[in-house]
Design a protein. Structure first.
Length: 70
């Protein structure tokens, strides 16, 4: 199976961003868990999801720019 460099870059960057998102969610879950997710934790959770959507948008634009240069 022959995978070109651009595909490997896309995979590594995407997996890294998703890994960061999962780590943030685990951190929120452990920091704001008192018999369930607290109200502050819920706000942090929504903020993390919003930040993830923005991050993935920026990653997509960045990858499109980077891969277009090559």
């Amino acid at each position: 199976m022959d995978v070109d460099r651009d595909t490997v870059v896309e995979i590594v960057v995407s997996v890294g961003a998703v890994g960061l998102f999962v780590a943030v969610l685990v951190g929120i879950g452990t920091a704001y868990n008192q018999d369930g997710l607290s109200t502050t934790g819920g706000v942090a959770f929504v903020g993390a999801i919003t930040a993830f959507v923005i991050l993935m948008s920026l990653v997509g634009v960045g990858l499109a720019y980077y891969l277009d240069q090559g």
